[in-house]
Design a protein around this ligand. Structure first.
Ligand code: SF4
Length: 728
């Protein structure tokens, strides 16, 4: 028996803990904590469940070709070579009929990990601009919007900070575990924590200040904080005078938001707003870590920009205890270079969907930031968290469904249950029904994969080597070692794109025939190979340098922090941040609904098929305050239907005193792998929050086109547990 132990970067959720994996005879047997005491707490029960996931009996093992109607879930097993040959032929046909813009790719780097920008590289060589990802409404869009203000996406210095501000974010022992551990450590040495959340979340329970703002009002709250900070002169006047543009215009905008107005919008007492703003501004080292809440609101661009502006005007940018602008790791060739963005012509870039109407994270803005990005960071494009030159998902699905403004007829989903990962699931379903070719690449069958023509098995994190570079968000490099064998016909996502590229005649652009060879190439800039890296340690973190802007300026058109954004202004948008309300409640739809609040056992739409995790949360639960439940004559544990003007979700009611009255929380990403019916696509149309929200242009954030998932009107009625759901 061969027993091995090595380091792994867990890819079950998006936080990427480094763990240790044990295997016997090429099969993963156990996941254990890190042997470095500083990292040993970074493990949750999802990570521990990895052997059950990687060895699951329902794991996809061979390529499947559809033989029934689309979505019927009837398949023929074929070889990998046959699958790739047929996919290439069918994609060539689509490209010859509709042009390369007739292809779209939706992927989640969190899940695949090993793409190494090969998807963008292939698409750019082909001339295909329509790449979308879940990061368009989760972290990737935050990265893109941060760049508008100071040219990079910062990371909070948890180790040295004196104040942490959590906008709805609720890291727990088993969700975003490393962030939870860093908050706990900071709190233990005296750092203050401010939580802004309609719920009394776990973080709110122990916060120094808790502001129970109405869902979807983050931008108004930030404007209120700035009002306090400017009125009381708490901003860093020297930094603002020397390094910021647009202060007077910003101040005039902030004056439009007196505290009476902010209090009326957010539902939070003025005194509490003042207390929180003062605490943040005077902390001498404060951070506003990334939050998935601000990413998904109708004023998301303004709210994200306001976080950036708060960091800058309070002097917390690129300082100890504040937020660090990392840049690229000099020892590793970044995905930004591998992606070959310069190869895609201007004409094809301009065809990227979203380019005209919602350009903030498309190639249009990437081109505007190209020169300053190269000047400051050394590369013209910055693919931070993969999210800076994407198409707009809603426009892509419209083009797939209605062929407007042009047809998209081939759709690739890799590590991404696309059907349930964006707003307006009904439109996405219609879009998929209108495709000539759909390819899915997954560990397990999903509702999206059920809609495909070909389903290819992917590999899991214990089954390949990897070096995780946090997608250039930070400069940390983490080792992940191959300790188990993937299923015989499984491929990693790099291999998939490389094998497709070869069939398109792009072999010379893909000289690395395996994923291991790409890793060697990426490390070649430091004169090393993967084996060298592996021999040298488990993680590398270059020394942090602060206030780098003093030498280089900021990577914005002005070289300064743009409180008034020249890019947004040049695009015809309001260059200053503002608050725009979401759709209002009414007699018919009296509750403010928000989705999210991560369920610890799951990441996004995954893991419902893993018994040891599903047992922890067998069914979806909708949260309501006891007063609201009483008004609706509903009791804890009964099944209810949450209805909006666009769709309905069935789930069990959980009456929770920690909810804010008038608010309803719906969980994200529920389907039922045990459901055998194909009518609901394994329950994808029973409990998925993606059916609830519209993506009509007027209901999207103007600049990015992200949906408003945090505060839309809904109502609840009694229902019965859907029959399709299993005994779980
Ligand atoms: S928090 Fe859990 S699931 Fe996420 S990366 Fe860490 S161990 Fe894996």
């Amino acid at each position: 028996m061969t027993t091995q132990t090595g380091y792994s970067i867990c890819s079950i959720c998006d936080i990427g803990c480094q763990l240790r994996t044990e295997s016997e005879d090429g099969r993963v047997t156990r996941i254990i904590a890190h042997d470095n005491p500083l990292l040993a707490k970074n493990i949750c029960f999802k990570g521990v469940a990895a052997p059950s996931i990687h060895n699951a009996p329902d794991r996809l093992r061979v390529p499947l070709k559809r033989v029934g109607e689309r979505g019927e879930n009837r398949w023929q097993e074929i070889s990998y070579e046959q699958a790739m040959d047929e996919i290439a032929e069918r994609l060539k046909k689509v490209v010859s009929e509709y042009g390369p813009e007739g292809m779209a790719v939706s992927t989640s780097g969190w899940n695949t990990q090993t793409t190494q920008a090969a998807d963008r590289r292939f698409m750019n060589l082909l001339g295909a601009p329509n790449w979308i990802s879940g990061v368009s409404l989760c972290a990737g869009n935050t990265a893109a919007i941060n760049r508008l203000t100071y040219g990079w996406f910062p990371m909070g210095d948890f180790q040295n900070t004196n104040c942490i501000v959590l906008f709805g974010h609720n890291p727990k022992k088993h969700s975003w575990t490393p962030i939870y551990n860093m908050i706990e450590a900071a709190r233990a040495r005296g750092a203050k924590v401010i939580v802004l959340d309609p719920r009394v979340s776990e973080q709110a329970e122990v916060a120094d200040v808790h502001l129970r703002l109405r869902s979807g009002t983050d931008a108004a709250m930030c404007l209120g904080w700035l009002k306090v900070i400017f009125d009381e002169g708490l901003h860093d006047k020297k930094f603002v005078a020397k390094w910021c543009t647009g202060f007077d215009e910003l101040k005039a905008r902030v004056d439009e938001y007196p505290l009476e107005r902010v209090s009326a919008i957010t539902g939070v007492d003025q005194a509490l707003i003042v207390e929180a703003a003062r605490l943040y501004a005077t902390a001498d080292g404060a951070i506003i870590p990334w939050t998935p809440i601000t990413d998904m609101q109708i004023s998301s661009t303004s709210a994200i920009r306001l976080h950036s502006i708060l960091r800058a005007v309070t002097g917390n940018l690129d300082v100890v205890g504040g937020e660090t602008l990392g840049g690229f790791n000099p020892d590793m060739i970044p995905e930004s270079e591998l992606a070959l963005h310069d190869v895609l012509s201007d004409e094809q870039k301009a065809k990227q969907l979203g380019y005209e109407k919602h350009p903030a994270y498309t190639y249009r803005v990437a081109e505007m930031l190209k020169a300053p990005t190269e000047k400051v960071w050394g590369y013209p494009y910055a693919d931070i968290v993969m999210g800076c030159h994407m198409a707009n998902p809603s426009e892509v699905f419209r083009a797939m469904a209605y062929e407007d403004p042009y047809p998209i007829k081939a759709f690739f989903a890799l590590g991404n249950n696309a059907l349930m990962s964006y707003p307006n699931q009904h439109q996405i379903h219609k879009a998929m029904l209108n495709q000539d070719l759909i390819v899915a690449h997954e560990l397990f069958m999903t509702p999206t994969a059920m809609m495909a023509d070909y389903v290819l098995p992917g590999d899991a994190f214990s089954e390949r080597n990897h070096i995780a570079d946090t997608w250039s968000w930070t400069t940390r490099l983490g080792l992940s070692q191959k300790l188990a064998e993937p299923p015989e016909q499984a491929s990693n996502s790099y291999q998939f794109w490389r094998d497709l590229a070869v069939r398109f005649g792009f072999e010379e652009w893909f000289p690395w025939s395996t994923h291991d060879e790409v890793l060697d190439y990426r490390l070649s800039r430091s004169g090393r190979s993967f084996s060298d890296f592996e021999a040298q340690g488990f993680m590398e973190i270059p020394p942090v340098r602060y206030r780098k802007y003093r030498k280089t300026g900021f990577a914005t058109p002005s070289g300064k922090v743009e409180l008034s954004s020249s890019v947004l202004g040049d695009l015809g948008f309001d260059p200053l941040p503002y608050f725009r309300p979401g759709p209002a409640t009414s007699e018919e739809f009296p509750y403010l609904v928000f989705n999210g609040v991560r369920e610890d056992p799951f990441f996004q739409t995954g893991q419902r098929n893993i018994k040891e995790l599903r047992d922890r949360c067998p069914v979806p639960r909708i949260f309501m305050h006891p007063d609201d439940a009483k008004r609706e004559a509903l009791t804890d544990g009964e099944w209810i239907e949450l209805q909006t003007a666009y769709g309905a979700v069935s789930a069990e009611l959980s009456v929770q005193p920690n909810m804010k009255t008038g608010h309803v929380r719906v969980p994200h990403g529920w389907w039922y792998p045990e459901a055998t019916d194909t009518e609901t696509l394994a329950g994808a149309f029973l409990s998925s929050d993606a059916v609830l929200c519209s993506d009509d242009d007027e209901l999207l954030d103007y600049e990015q086109g992200v949906p408003h998932f945090k505060g839309f009107p809904g109502r609840v009625v009694k229902t019965i547990k859907p029959e399709a759901i299993g005994a779980a």
